[in-house]
Design a protein around this ligand. Structure first.
Ligand SMILES: Nc1ncnc2c1ncn2[C@@H]1O[C@H](COP(=O)(O)OP(=O)(O)OP(=O)(O)O)[C@@H](O)[C@H]1O
Length: 517
């Protein structure tokens, strides 16, 4: 198994067809004041490429950092560290006019169409707003000679071209006269463009207003997303959820982006409407050569629509590869766990589930080593505990996890609820905790001794030392070292797990022999 560490560029993601390149990206919230010295590590060192025209899915439990990652990619959040380049341009370094121009090319469709559409604006105004903000169309003009070659010259009205450097109007000048060619996306008839060729200059006059062109563009966009012309003057509350999402999509497409982030675009919709919106998104991708980052928690949707999928946990991408491979033959323990939680359509099918202990740790206090180490059912054990009974091992892990949470600065919601209700947290009392976690389990003497020693230390107020001693005894490489990304298939799929090193059993093998009954 080869390690690929920080550069996931592989055979299948050659530089030339890469549109978005992300390297070691981190987005932290807070952590910069005396009272708040631990930042929330929402995105914590993520690297991947998105190829031109592909759909990359981003999945993971709520709070794992998907939205923050999406927002950072389009500069709605400021990256704390790392690199995001877009078609070769470092997007994190842009500012001023360059940033505004770049923004035309990257758009986002939000999960909740209700809160993303201003209820006091008509649909026409909502879709037109980005066009107004960016003064679209730019009405840039290019001159070509009789052979179709662009002629350089001083443009009196040298408006911005679009992000692809395409002119909106191309005037071809030859001995027989002048021709007018208008880019397909500009709703302007050539008859409205007057061209006068003089000896040393070419005058171009457009006989319409930008306002009219924008309104025509909005009407075209409404049609493109399956809405009717009469919807132009209506208000969002007059539409169904699916229609509202169509409006959101039309708005996102207004400035002719290349890259669109779809943040749970169908999660709030009924199943039948979901399918229609997904079909629309696929059609639009083909028609406009769009590249998508598709954020979702519904794995079935991702499997259907995405070429590749990135599985995220606690700010990290744990596995990334072609959707079919990741879904059919997951490599990473977290992917195994996530997939095992999908309900089986056939209730009689005998599906073996992996039950994950507890909830993900707080991104303010992530575990050392592997981010999944506090819950991983396939965690590497010290050799002497390799054959220990599974229930005993799980209990030890749970005991350590609860101690860790007690130490963490942030109180869990459960603890807060107990306190608000004037009750003591059942885990606060160490004897109660031991009873709760180990119950009637028959502990091997070695385990019992170490647990007992830890309990004594905690009673003596030395929780830190107790945790350190337990880590020394029961810990492994999973808690000591951050795993590298390993290439796990010839397609370039990568997985972040110590088990991919030669000396350990692969997660899938370990799962069969140790975790599933
Ligand atoms: N503005 C913010 N300030 C502080 N913490 C934040 C902020 N936004 C998000 N977070 C925290 O960052 C972590 C990642 O949140 P994010 O919304 O990116 O996750 P997510 O995977 O998109 O979750 P969901 O599926 O619920 O939307 C969470 O712990 C969240 O509480």
């Amino acid at each position: 198994m080869s390690t690929i560490d920080s550069n996931p560029t592989t055979e299948s993601t050659r530089e030339d067809d890469t549109l978005v390149r992300v390297r070691d990206l981190k987005t932290y919230y807070g952590g910069d004041s005396v009272f708040d010295n631990k930042p929330v590590k929402a995105v914590d060192g993520v690297s991947f490429d998105i190829k031109r025209g592909e759909t990359l899915g981003l999945v993971g439990e709520s709070g794992c950092g998907k939205t923050t990652l999406g927002r950072t990619l389009i500069r709605l959040e400021q990256a704390t560290a790392g690199e995001v380049s877009y078609d070769g341009t470092d997007a994190t370094a842009l500012s001023g006019k360059a940033l505004k121009q770049w923004r035309r090319n990257v758009q986002m469709v939000f999960q909740d169409p209700d809160s993303s559409l201003n209820d006091r604006m008509t649909i026409g105004e909502i879709v037109q707003e980005p066009l107004d903000v960016h003064d679209w169309p730019y009405l840039s003009v290019a001159l070509t000679d009789a052979d179709g070659r662009e002629v350089a010259g001083d443009m009196v009205s040298a408006f911005d071209r679009d992000a692809h450097d395409r002119p909106d109007i191309t005037i071809g000048v030859s001995e027989s006269g002048a021709s007018v060619d208008i880019r397909e996306e500009i709703p302007l008839e050539p008859e409205r463009v007057d061209v006068t060729v003089e000896s040393d200059r070419v005058r171009v006059r457009v006989n319409t207003t930008k306002r009219r062109l924008r309104r025509a563009r909005v009407r075209e966009l409404l049609d493109t997303v399956g809405l009717q012309p009469e919807h132009y003057y209506r208000y969002p509350h007059q539409f169904s959820g699916g229609q509202k999402q169509r409006i959101g999509i039309a708005r996102a497409l207004a400035l002719e982006p290349d890259f669109v982030i779809l943040d749970e675009p169908v999660s709030a919709l009924d199943a039948s409407v979901q399918a229609k919106i997904l079909n629309l998104l696929e059609d639009l991708q083909d028609e406009f050569d769009l590249t998508y980052l598709f954020i979702a928690h519904d794995l079935a949707v991702v499997e259907h629509i995405c070429d590749r999928v990135a599985v995220m946990y606690l700010g990290n991408v744990m596995e990334l590869g072609p959707s079919e491979e990741v879904f059919d033959d997951p490599a990473n323990p977290y992917t195994h766990s996530l997939l095992s939680a999908i309900p089986e359509p056939d209730p009689t099918a005998d599906k073996q589930r992996i039950t994950l202990r507890g909830t993900p740790p707080s991104p303010r206090d992530p575990p050392s080593g592997c981010p999944f180490s506090t819950r991983c059912p396939m965690k590497i054990r010290p050799e002497k505990y390799g054959d220990i009974d599974n229930d005993v091992w799980e209990a030890v892990e749970m005991f350590r996890d609860v101690l860790r949470q007690r130490e963490s600065r942030e109180k869990s919601v459960t603890q807060q609820v107990f306190e608000l209700a004037g009750l003591s947290d059942p885990y606060e009392d160490i004897d109660e905790l031991v009873k709760e976690v180990f119950g009637d389990l028959d502990l091997p003497s070695e385990v019992e001794t170490h647990v007992q020693e830890a309990v004594e230390q905690i009673r003596a107020g030395e929780s830190e030392a107790a945790r350190a001693a337990l880590r020394e005894e029961f810990g492994s490489v999973c808690e000591r070292e951050r795993p590298a990304d390993h290439q796990v298939s010839s397609s370039g799929r990568q997985s972040r797990c110590h088990r991919h090193q030669d000396e350990y059993e692969e997660p899938a093998e370990y799962l069969e022999t140790h975790v599933l009954d």
